[in-house]
Design a protein around this ligand. Structure first.
Ligand code: GUN
Length: 283
């Protein structure tokens, strides 16, 4: 088997960001520019990096953004009040509450209070329900970005076997809905799945989103499969790696995403796209 072709997430994301920037250069003076507020509760170091990257990408694309920091011991009432004020602000089009939240805060209750029309994460039940019903509105950024990466292959996924490892609300579940809509036969594996290897070996499209460094080894990959690595793990050496053993997997797959430079930049580009969509108000 020859070496897999790289799906260039960094370049695809850059091109999407550039098209958003071009659209914003033509934005009518009569309308407020798209604006995203990212709320971070506490100082989780990984979250701080992610939020900084989101805010910087907004600035570069011409989207107004704010990193709103709340203390780690904020009450749920404080957070809900912050969200309520942003819901009512006509100059704010996107609201994102960075997860995970500190343990005393209940993520589902918090997400429920974000105006579904400003829910650029696509996590509100109105938006996840619309996706489930086959009528997508604001779609979660990471799985939407994965679909854009898959489009890059120009392959047709009707009838393809798609296997997703990890059934989170952020990635796995919405990813299953999107692949189903593309005509794939979808298997959604979770931490209790028996014989994960057998599932993986059937996959024409394998999406790894389980959060375990280099868990997916070459011998779990069907020759010729498309491998999408959603994992971002920091090794003790400080180096980033995905959920897939990239070197080994590249010997078996036909297409593969790198880490870093694959799914990560697409998540951010899709967040900008969702903020623009929310500002336009056309779902
Ligand atoms: N934490 C990890 N990924 C995400 C994401 O896509 N959105 C939010 N809000 N928090 C996250």
């Amino acid at each position: 088997m020859s070496q897999a072709t790289l799906i260039p997430g960094q370049a695809i994301a850059a091109s999407l960001r550039a098209s958003i920037r071009e659209e914003l250069e033509q934005w009518p003076d009569t309308r407020p520019l798209p604006c995203l507020v990212v709320i971070q509760v506490g100082e989780d170091p990984a979250s701080s990096v992610y939020v900084r990257n989101k805010v910087r990408a907004c600035e570069e694309a011409g989207i107004i953004s704010e990193h709103r920091r709340l203390p780690a011991d904020s009450s749920e009432e404080d957070l809900l009040q912050t969200i309520e004020v942003l819901n009512q602000d006509p100059n704010v089009h996107g609201i994102l509450v960075q997860l995970p939240l500190p343990k005393h805060l209940h993520a589902a209750r918090v997400i429920d209070r974000i105006d579904p029309n400003k829910d650029v994460d696509g996590f509100h039940p109105i938006n996840s329900g619309a996706l489930f019903a086959g009528q997508p509105r604001l779609v979660p950024c990471t799985p939407a970005g994965v679909m854009t990466l898959l489009e890059h292959t120009k392959l047709n996924f009707r009838g393809a076997e798609a296997v997703i490892i990890g059934a989170s609300n952020i990635v796995g579940k919405p990813q299953a809905m999107l692949l189903l809509a593309a005509g794939a036969t979808v298997t959604l594996c979770n931490s209790k799945t028996k014989d994960l290897r057998a599932h993986c070996l059937r996959a024409d499209v394998l999406v790894a989103a389980l959060g375990k460094p280099r868990f997916i080894q070459a011998d779990m990959i069907k020759p010729g499969a498309i491998v999408i690595d959603v994992g971002i793990n920091r090794l003790d050496s400080g180096k980033l790696c995905g959920d897939v053993d990239f070197e080994g997997a590249s010997q078996r797959a036909s297409w593969i995403t790198p880490v870093p430079g694959g799914v990560g930049p697409m998540t951010i580009a899709m967040l900008l796209a969702n903020t623009l969509k929310a500002a336009r108000g056309n779902f």
